[in-house]
Write a protein of this length. Structure first.
Length: 276
């Protein structure tokens, strides 16, 4: 790619859509380090969500077997025609990835890694889609605003720990691999970002994932209330039943949901599944 990305965008008359989180990565070192830290290699298929101007798509295509990129904004087509010229292993699908039927998609694609740089309101539904529906996703590297990254990787008992953290634990381990200052994006956003790497494995054994999800959501229903109160509200248990369940699982009756590790949520969910 001979021309600078800013020149291509200007020549194509591209107008940035703030509502789609269009802050593009232009820094070559950053692109290279995102690809390296995602752990993808020359035999891998990578699904990129949100190709934007294609800078990350191109960096990925130089290091992996195949890149399938999704992008909702069709007006990026003329930009991508230039930035991805000569990248024969990269394909862009102009669709909202959140609406893709993952089962059908995985039948064709086989195993894959996901790499994405997304606005926060797409990140949580994307993570939940992969956690709940994917069977062939081996890993995810996602750039998000820094405070969201802290929440995704939070430990039990901290202020950042929430339902999303406990849901992630069902299928994946995650860690922050890189902090990225806002100055490395074009246009420059108002916040700094971080890259979170998820490694998929069936980390928690639970007999019914739907019950686990319900327990987790119940636990964080109201942070100021005890787990007992939240269980009574979410499951319609009597107070006595809720106390029996907590006692049987060795959980303090005064405990709040946010103090329980994912493993303890799993034990609680399994007990509830057994008695229901
Ligand atoms: N990957 C590029 C980069 O790093 O420079 C672009 C990142 S930009 C932060 C996010 C891109 O995702 C935008 O181009 C936006 O249009 C696209 N996008 C937002 N929601 C999407 C969705 N649900 N499916 C596919 N693309 C989406």
């Amino acid at each position: 790619m001979e021309k600078d990305i800013k020149t291509i965008l200007a020549e194509c008359g591209f107008s940035f859509k703030k509502q789609l989180g269009q802050n593009f990565i232009t820094d070559k070192n950053l692109l290279s380090s995102i690809v390296s830290s995602s752990g993808v290699g020359e035999n891998d298929t990578v699904v990129e969500i949100g190709s934007g101007a294609g800078t990350l798509t191109r960096a990925l295509s130089e290091r992996v077997k195949k890149v399938i990129a999704f992008e909702v904004d069709k007006s990026l087509q003329p930009v991508l025609a230039q930035t991805l010229a000569g990248c024969s292993n990269a394909e862009v699908i102009f669709r909202d990835f959140l609406k893709v039927n993952l089962k059908e998609f995985e039948k064709e694609t086989g195993e894959y890694f996901v790499v994405a740089n997304l606005p926060y309101y797409v990140t949580t539904p994307l993570i939940m889609k992969l956690i709940e529906e994917s069977e062939k996703c081996k890993g995810l590297s996602v750039m998000v605003q820094e405070e969201v990254a802290e929440r995704l990787c939070a430990k039990a008992g901290t202020a950042e720990y929430g339902a999303i953290t406990a849901m992630i634990a069902l299928r994946a381990e995650c860690e922050i691999t890189k902090r990225v200052p806002r100055t490395l994006f074009y246009p420059r956003p108002n916040v700094d970002s971080a890259v979170v790497k998820f490694t998929f494995s069936d980390r928690l054994e639970v007999s019914d994932k739907a019950v686990y999800k319900k327990v987790v959501h119940a636990a964080f229903l109201s942070r100021r209330k005890t787990l007992e109160n939240n269980l009574v509200n979410a499951f319609k248990f009597t107070r006595e039943q809720a106390r029996e369940i907590l006692t049987a699982c060795g959980i303090d009756l005064k405990a709040r949901g946010e103090t329980l590790s994912p493993e303890r949520f799993a034990a609680l969910a399994d007990y509830i599944t057994k008695i229901q």
